[in-house]
Ligand binder design. Structure first.
Ligand code: AMP
Length: 272
């Protein structure tokens, strides 16, 4: 994976092939950089790749995850927007460093990039450098004193909203699915209202068959999807050794995502 999994995209395709999966989706967080490698490896492994990504979208003060499946190959509006967001993030990191330097702290952008070791760089890495250099005694203190909203080195970040993310997915040949739907803390009627709002914005599916969900929660999410006319999807949310209890495809051991769910989801691709 190119974001926060421990296996490379190629290794993941090999694993999917050996596990006997019909198809596997690669959905790195806010990047499509792993897809080219995965495409080649999927052919070798004899497994079908569903190219995608998992977008972080802002809902009030919280972050919602939107799964995007069947991204078309090559340049598309979503890929362009992701590149723009990465550039804005890089610029923000530079400005955060400038504020800290203006306050007399000896930190550099290079130290923050080193701290991150690649991938998406942000405030947690700034906090790590402040901690390492003894300016604070914990990451939390770095946020409380410098980086949290309202503190001197807080700078707002360009935000992707769910409506825009869904539209970008569709404009890029893909479908949009709400990942692990209870993560925002909503349940019951509140969850239904929230998902209905997304459905009105064009949401295509709901990740009901989620590896960590108990059977009754999966069933109630399937009912919700049915009431709102959304496709049911599933996934193990495999992250390699970063989530060691989760196996590819089967999650905690009991997950089975039937092939017909993939077919129903694919039928919702724009232009089909
Ligand atoms: P960024 O994407 O650079 O804005 O950083 C966001 C990350 O910073 C979040 O995912 C949290 O891990 C962390 N974070 C944000 N606000 C706080 C806070 N007030 N205290 C501790 N960690 C925070």
């Amino acid at each position: 994976m190119a974001s926060d999994g421990s296996d490379s995209p190629a290794a993941l395709m090999g694993l999917a092939g050996r596990a006997g999966l019909t198809a596997v989706a690669l959905t790195d967080h806010d990047t499509v950089e792993g897809l080219a490698e995965a495409r080649v490896a999927a052919v070798d492994a004899g497994v079908r790749l569903v190219p995608g990504c998992e977008l972080s979208c802002e809902v009030g003060a919280a972050t919602m995850h939107l799964l995007v499946y069947f991204l078309s190959d090559g340049p598309a509006p979503l890929q362009d927007r992701l590149a723009g967001l990465q550039a804005a993030r890089a610029d923000r990191n530079r400005r955060i460093v400038q504020v800290l330097q203006d306050h007399g702290l000896d930190v550099t952008l290079e130290e923050i990039l080193d701290e991150a070791g690649g991938g998406s760089v942000g405030r947690p890495h700034v906090a790590g450098v402040l901690l390492r250099k003894g300016y604070v005694s914990s990451v939390q203190e770095a946020f409380d004193v410098w980086l949290a909203k309202g503190k001197p080195a807080y700078l707002d970040r360009e935000r992707l909203l769910p409506t825009e993310a869904i539209a970008l997915a569709h404009a890029s040949g893909a479908v949009a699915v709400l990942a692990h739907p209870t993560s925002l803390g909503f349940d019951g009627p509140e969850l239904e209202r929230f998902v209905a709002g997304l459905a009105a914005d064009g949401l295509d599916g709901l990740e009901c068959e989620y590896g960590r969900y108990a059977p009754d929660l999966r069933a109630s999410l399937r009912s919700l999807a049915g009431r709102l006319g959304l496709a049911v999807t599933g996934g193990s949310d495999y992250h390699g050794r970063y989530k060691p209890d989760i196996a590819l495809g089967t999650a905690l051991g009991d997950l089975q995502v039937p092939d017909d769910l993939l077919e129903s989801l694919e039928a919702r691709r724009p232009g089909r």
